[in-house]
Design a protein. Structure first.
Length: 819
RNA sequence: GCCGAAGUGGCGGAAUAGGCAGACGCGCACGACUCAAAAUCGUGUUCCUUCGGGAGUGUGGGUUCGAUUCCCACCUUCGGCACCA
């Protein structure tokens, strides 16, 4: 018998597996495929415990699927472009490329120490020119499809990261940068966008995918669909002034209009008398940050423009106000205001003494415009509304509400508007004023404008010799050689685009690059794609719910338009893990000093123990604070497994009942662990294996089970543990003379007859309180259960000679006697 | 404000087509081994108790023979959205 030394055994098996290509994952049409994917890491320098927490259960489940008979692909790569590399360059004068690729090298080694079944021949690195060539190619394809465009607009800019951000990367009430937490500011810049909004409706359809409810709700909120109508008002100057409203039924109650301060028509409609006031108001609005402007509790401000609009439903002449509670970025940047039935408009009208006309009459009677304390938003019946008077108003949204349906029909009949749907989702801003990203493959020619770089010139390589200075402009702008080029159309002098792409662009299609990471002809090999795609099981953190997970869905839909794939959803199933916190229950960070280093743990306990603990210590979806003492449980488990599997078992006083009990436990455990792997309940799977260990320990001590039952128990335990602790199980499997490799064995099967309990503990209750427990054979008829319960001494005592009023018998479980 | 998730021993967590609350583990206590300690092994471990029992899954109600599980109201924590027309 040897002692368990994972520090020696684990690297030995890792080398063996690699030498044998045990985890090479190639097309095999004889087996069903399973594409398991876990979110790829950013090469920040060290693999931290959070990576282990995300990856090892994903690996265990991929291994389980493999043992279940699937041909499993489980690749790994690096999301290698991004800001930290550039910040390191600025701070420590290391080139981002050097820094990044050194980190990748280091993390590869750390990932190997995990013993995961990654197929390293499928590795993809997004900062490698052979990868970003195709990121650039996709950019061009999106232009061709009309899904990428350049626009000047007020965009979110992080003054700390010195770059613009997508709307999705601006978080929280204070509108801070998702990366660094700095509040963002607005800047007017010409930037590249992807038309994610084209797919707003399709992105709301989750019927093809099995994703967590939470993610679906978050994406649904994010996309923010509203049903209503577009209605065209006309200004007195004759300009069309379209607005969007979810309540077209209240059009007859519109008493004024409001334009956002940035609205292009503001100058046209403003009267000479009001010009100065409007100018002042606009300047003041510009000075306010978004945080101030968008806080709902702030008192409404605004100014009369002096202009008027005509309500198309009744010809009413109503004043146009300018106010910052209307946002330029949503709808048309202008609204009709119906103070009687919208709280925001109501507050505005009361403050500025504007007219209020109720058009919905609640059941309780007519509203009094002068007395109402707040707007009325409930159901009722339409009044003061000409053609739709008398129509019922329900609480429903859109056409389901009879009054809204009537209004929409009226608008369509009179050519005044049409049914419309508006989304909160904005197009994806992908330009970044940073160096360490994939260059946007576009050239600007004075003659031909923005011209995409021809395919044969891809990739547009990042030059290495650049100055890293956080100027708010891309460092590439100051690189003369890069900047100056020729127009692909006329050959005349032209300038390159110097912004790079959002790194979320790189990670939007990485699951496809794994199929053929060295392919120079296409982003991925269609033969590989036909077999492996789409991803069957995706795992990763919830923090990407409205970023990466929306982008990659958009990307796949665009790839469908490109004819590259024939499906609409990139990942059929998704499971989110939680987060490991420090022992102090806080997010791990160097500054807090609560970081758990997996390398040290592996050194001390071995990777198998770390893996087992990470799967055991909490529910995976939930995460929680790390606890250094807790790892002793899994450590003892593996030490016991080591002793049990090496034990030269010889029965002394063989007992049929003990043998039966062990076999039952073995088969019950096989059943339980399989169920738990299916449902990602890894903590209870490990607990079940611990129970089997306990039963085997009893048998070992008592030497009273048959040799066959012992061997069955031990080897089943090794097989069940193999996905969780791949090294120790491989070693013990080999030591027991079983065929290499344990990871190529079939998942064990259970026999229901053996797993079945043959006695049950009957619970005897009186008025719902447990008064006795009686062991009876499984399958005892109800009448006998009842008789046994009534015969109990304790029951007789509590009944005090009285007849029970009622006896409830639950077969195989309990008897409840109602006194 | 709106939407969603969650509240169970000292701790992490089990158990919900309504049926033994606390699986498994950590920790702790006692015992064994040891000169001693660690490790290991064994026993115990929700609380209260006059040792008969009683109380107990955030709080208060309800349905039921029976509720951690279902219903209503509320409290707390976390997450998302929020002047989105």
């Amino acid at each position: 018998m040897s002692s368990y030394t994972p520090q020696q055994l684990e690297p030995r098996w890792q080398a063996q597996w690699q030498a044998d290509g045990l985890y090479r994952q190639v097309i095999d049409h004889n087996k069903p495929k399973h594409y398991a994917l876990t979110m790829l890491p950013y090469p920040s320098g060290d693999l931290h415990i959070g990576h282990w927490y995300a990856m090892t259960p994903s690996d265990a489940r991929a291994r389980y699927m493999r043992m279940k008979g699937y041909n499993v692909m489980f690749p790994m790569g690096f999301d290698a472009f991004g800001l930290p590399a550039e910040n390191a360059a600025i701070k420590r004068n290391i080139h981002p490329q050097t820094w990044t690729f050194a980190n990748i090298e280091r993390m590869r080694g750390q990932l190997r120490s995990m013993g995961a079944m990654f197929d390293w021949e499928r590795e993809a690195v997004s900062a490698d020119p052979s990868y970003y060539k195709w990121t650039q190619w996709f950019f061009k394809k999106l232009i061709e499809l009309g899904l990428a465009y350049r626009k000047l607009s007020a965009v979110d800019f992080c003054p700390n990261c010195n770059t613009t951000l997508a709307r999705e990367q601006v978080w929280g009430d204070d509108r801070h940068c998702e990366r660094c937490g700095t509040p963002v500011i607005k800047k007017d810049l010409e930037q590249w966008f992807f038309k994610t909004t084209d797919y707003a409706e399709e992105l709301l359809d989750f019927s093809q995918i099995d994703w967590p409810e939470r993610v679906k709700v978050m994406q649904t909120n994010w996309i923010g669909r509203s049903e209503g109508a577009n209605v065209v008002f006309k200004t007195e100057q004759g300009d069309e002034m379209p607005i969007f409203t979810t309540r077209p039924d209240t059009l007859w109650g519109a008493t004024f209009m409001v334009m956002a301060p940035e609205h292009p028509l503001v100058d046209t409609i403003t009267s000479a008398e009001q010009a100065e006031a409007v100018r002042e108001y606009r300047e003041q609005a510009q000075r306010l940050t978004d945080i101030d402007r968008e806080s709902a509790d702030r008192e409404k401000t605004g100014v009369f423009s002096g202009g008027y609009a005509v309500n198309p439903v009744n010809g009413a002449r109503i004043p146009i106000w300018v106010a910052d509670y209307v946002l330029m970025g949503y709808g048309f940047g202008a609204i009709m205001a119906v103070p009687a039935h919208d709280q925001r408009d109501f507050e505005f009208a009361r403050k500025f003494g504007l007219e209020i006309i109720p058009v919905i009459q609640p059941e309780s009677g007519a509203l009094d415009a002068d007395a109402m304390p707040e707007s009325y938003v409930g159901p009722g019946v339409m009044v003061n509304s000409g053609p739709i008077d008398g129509t019922a108003v329900s609480d429903d949204k859109g056409r389901k509400n009879p009054s809204i349906a009537a209004a929409i029909d009226w608008l369509a009949d009179h050519n005044a508007g049409e049914e419309a749907i508006n989304y909160r989702l904005r197009d994806w801003l992908i330009s970044r004023q940073r160096y360490w990203g994939a260059p946007i493959p576009v050239v600007y020619c004075p003659e031909h404008g923005a011209v995409p770089v021809p395919d044969e010139q891809l990739p547009v390589l990042l030059p290495e010799d650049v100055e890293f200075m956080p100027t708010g402009e891309s460092p590439l702008r100051f690189h003369e050689e890069f900047l100056h080029t020729e127009c692909p159309i006329c050959g005349g002098p032209a300038q390159r685009e110097t912004d790079t792409m959002d790194t979320f662009m790189c990670s939007s299609w990485y699951q496809y690059r794994y199929l053929s990471p060295n392919d120079d002809e296409a982003p991925f090999d269609p033969t590989e794609g036909a077999y492996w795609l789409p991803v069957d099981q995706y795992t990763g953190g919830i923090e990407h719910a409205t970023m990466h997970l929306i982008y990659t869905r958009f990307f796949t839909k665009a790839m469908r338009e490109m004819g590259l794939v024939d499906f609409a959803e990139p990942m059929l199933a998704l499971h989110n893990q939680g987060m490991v916190l420090g022992e102090d229950n806080e997010k791990m960070s160097k500054s807090r000093g609560n970081v758990v280093a997996p390398d040290d743990l592996v050194q001390q306990y071995g990777a198998d123990t770390v893996r087992t603990y990470l799967m055991f210590f909490t529910k995976w979806d939930q995460g929680g604070p790390w606890n250094y003492d807790g790892i002793k449980g899994p450590q003892r488990l593996l030490l016991d497994v080591w002793d049990i599997a090496q034990h030269a078992y010889a029965p002394q006083k063989e007992d049929a009942q003990a043998t039966r009990n062990l076999r039952r436990k073995t088969h019950q455990t096989i059943r339980k662990v399989g169920q738990d792997f299916e449902s990602f309940s890894f903590n209870t799977a490990v607990a079940a294996i611990m129970e089997l260990r306990n039963t085997l320990n009893d048998a070992k001590r008592n030497q009273n089970v048959s040799a066959a039952a012992w061997a069955e128990g031990v080897e089943s335990m090794l097989l069940l543990l193999a996905p969780i602790a791949p090294h120790i199980t491989e070693e013990l499997w080999a030591q027991r003379g079983r065929p290499y490799s344990i990871h190529q064995q079939s998942w064990p099967q259970w026999d229901e007859a053996i797993a079945k309990e043959d006695t049950i503990t009957l619970i005897v209750q009186i008025n719902g309180k447990v008064r006795d427990r009686i062991d009876v054979p499984a399958g005892t008829p109800e009448a006998d259960l009842k008789a046994a319960a009534l015969a109990s001494d304790n029951v007789q005592k509590h009944l005090e000679g009285k007849e029970p009023r009622k006896v409830i018998v639950v077969k195989g479980k309990l008897v409840n006697i109602v006194r």
